[in-house]
Structures are given as C-alpha cells and as structure tokens.
Ligand binder design. Sequence first.
Ligand code: C2E
Ligand code: SIN
Ligand code: SIN
Ligand code: FE
Ligand code: FE
Length: 410
Amino acid sequence: MLDRKTKLSRLIQLGLEVNQISDLDVLLEKILSEARNLVHADAGSIYIKEGDTLKFSYSQNDTLQAKLKPGKKLIYTTFSMPIDNHSIAGFVANNGSTSNIPDAYKISSALPFSFNSDFDKKVGYHTKSILTVPLTNNRKQIIGVLQLINAQDDNDKIISFMDEDEPLIIHFANYAANAIERAQLTRTTIMRMISMAELRDPKETGAHVNRVAAYSLELYEAYARKKGIPQDQIDSQKDALRMAAMLHDVGKVAISDLILKKPGKFTDEEYETMKQHTLLGAQLFRGARSEFDEIAEEVALNHHERWDGKGYPGHINIATGKPLEGHMDNEGHALGKKEEEIPLFGRIVALADVFDALSSKRVYKEAWDEDKVLEAIHEGAGSQFDPELVELFLDITDVLKSIQHRYPDN
Ligand code: C2E
Ligand code: SIN
Ligand code: SIN
Ligand code: FE
Ligand code: FE
C-alpha cells in the first residue's frame, strides 16, 4: 500500500519536473514571442491541428497591442478551419511545405490559396509579408502551423521575410512542435492521474470529478463576468481550473483504504487523518512553475476551508504541514483561513464539491433531494461558503442540472 502511494507521488512529481512549462497556453506565448524576435516580425499566430482541422490557438500583434491601455491583453477569437489548400495555413499543414509571401494582397492567382482579409478589416490592421511554416514533430507528423506576419527592418518599416530566415524558423518550429507535444502529453497524463486517483476512492467516481470541474467552471465564469475580468483571461484559466478541480481530492491517493473505504461514519481520529488529503494533494504541485501547478495547489489545499474560518487545513506551511506563526489557537492548531484569505479557486471548488457530495449517494450517506441540497447551499452562504458565490450559483441551477445529466453516476 505504502509503496504504491510513494510510487504514485513520485510519478506525479517526475511528470511535473520533466515538463518545464507544462501549461500549453504559457508555452504557446513563449514560442510565438521567441519566433517573432528571431526575425523581427510585428505579429504572428499559432494554429494547432485538431483532428482534420486547424485551430487558431494563439496570436500576438505588437501594433494592435500598442493601441491598448498598458496591462490589457489583446482579445482574439479562436476559430477552426479545414486543412486544405484554400487557406495559407491550411496549405502549409496539408503539404508540409513553407510559404513565404512578400505581399498578402498580391498573391498570384496561379496559387491554390488566397489571403483572408477579414481579420485585417475587423481590427484595422494591414498584413503584408507572411512567413508560414509547419510545426513538425520528431516523428515527422505535422501538429500545427506557425505563422509570422510583417517582418520589419531596423526602422520598423515592413519588409519581406528573407529567404535565409526560413531554415532558422523551420528549425525553431521543429523544436517548438516537440515542446507543444510534450505539453499536450502532460494534459493527457494529468487526465490519467485523475483516473488512477478515482480507482482508489469508490465515492469519487469519474462522474463526480467531471461534475465538480464543470460546476467550478460555470461558477468561475459567472463570477468573472460579474467582476469584468476580460474574456481572454477567463479562457486562459479555464483549462487549468478544470484540471485542478478534477484533481481536488488527488491527495486521497495517500490515505489508507481502511479509512477511505470505510462504509460508515468516521471516528474523530479517522476524520483527522482524512483531513490530511488537502495538504498531501497540495504537496504534489509544490514549487508552482506553471499556472496549472499554481491553481492545482491552491485548489487541493483550500477546498475544505470555510468562509467563517472553521474549515481546514487553515494557515499552514505546505512544506512541513505545521501551523504558521501567529495563526495558531491555544492548543497549537492552525486557525482556518477566513473569507478572502481563502483563494478564489478554493472557494469555488469548495462550493462545487459539497453541492455534488450532497446530491450524490456515498458509502456513508444517501443522496439528498435537490430542494434539500439547494436549501443547504443557501443556508451555507456566509458561514460555510462565500455568499457572493452562493448567489451566483443559485442563479445557474438550470446549468447545474444539465451538468448532472451530462455526467450521471455509472
Ligand atoms: P466528500 O464525500 O466528497 O465530501 C465533501 C464534502 O461535502 C465534505 O467535506 C462535507 O463538507 C460535505 N458533505 C458530504 N456529505 C455530507 C453530509 O452528509 N452532510 C453535510 N452537512 N455535509 C456533507 P468533509 O466533511 O471535510 O469530508 C471530506 C471527505 O472525507 C469526504 O469527501 C469523504 O471522502 C470523507 N468523509 C467525510 N466524512 C466521512 C464519513 O463519515 N465516512 C466516510 N467513509 N468518509 C467520510
Ligand atoms: C504530469 O505533469 O505529467 C503529471 C500530472 C499530475 O500532476 O498529476
Ligand atoms: C463546461 O463546464 O464548460 C463543460 C464541461 C465539459 O465539457 O466537461
Ligand atoms: Fe476533499
Ligand atoms: Fe470531492
């Protein structure tokens, strides 16, 4: 038992370590910045292959960025297009060849593709030179397309991409393709870790984990909209929050089966042991390197804190599990975090988790009726839960119900 638990922790730790940047979005941002720097391009985009389509996945544009207030992010909409010869990116993905176009508005009619000027018109930009290369992995598979726009000379005048830049960018694109593939693999690995954790806990089925994640996303989106958080920032956190919410109880892999699978009520001592799952989970993600690690640590650690400060594990040092200086009661126990001391994603998953636990049958309890669940959530506003989140939550009960239908138990 212990062996398996140790192995599993090591496996997770190793997985996180081999991926310097495990978060795909952060990686795409870095790749595009580096590629643009290499050839002094004003703008660029990355398309990722999904099945037989290309998904416009990431974009930068210095000229448009400069028109925004400092700190504002450029908003762009993602879209998918077929991998065929009608578009430039489609052509490159389809044929694995590089395309170097001096002027997007003067593409020879002999070529199969044309330039789509919708984006230029919509945002008031003028695209001229375009260098488009395939993102090819070590197995020679095309996983996407890197597109650089408007090369500039030293005076920021738009020029063509030089022929001698092509091999440089192609080489970089190969390196980038492998890094992207690794980040995609990390996501897949995380999904596998989740199913391994599920196997251990009969109460926490795959359906439970999916529902908690889906409720959490809905709640976050409602909250973010209310607070005016920009859509692109919401989008960039959604994937990380989804995986973090799915992993909220991953620390249970380190709790003994005798406790985890106990058919009846816990003794006080058993409950104290079970409470360690918050700390143990957080420890798996320590040393946060990517946005995902950070959010996963936050959620694992804080999903059993209570708004009124009566939750657990409270103000502790994650490395040692000991209470923090100045945050202890007379008996030396850590004081619970209170109100906004509890990070937002912890408050969100706490609510989603209890809503689902009450709505579901567990080895130690029956499922509650919907009315009773909603009443309990309502009553928990300001004591167990963030009252602002409860209000938003009770406003989207129709969405919550559709999630229950989408992920039924077994
Ligand atoms: P879980 O089953 O996913 O429950 C998550 C949280 O939902 C619980 O956190 C609690 O806040 C809430 N909850 C679940 N069932 C009830 C209920 O019948 N009444 C009320 N008022 N709230 C409920 P908590 O208590 O910190 O428990 C954490 C985890 O410990 C639970 O996750 C479950 O895996 C385990 N657990 C807790 N109590 C027992 C128990 O008496 N027997 C067993 N076998 N497991 C327990
Ligand atoms: C990994 O990054 O490959 C491991 C995923 C996890 O943290 O569960
Ligand atoms: C969502 O909450 O946005 C959808 C949940 C899912 O697709 O898993
Ligand atoms: Fe938990
Ligand atoms: Fe749970």
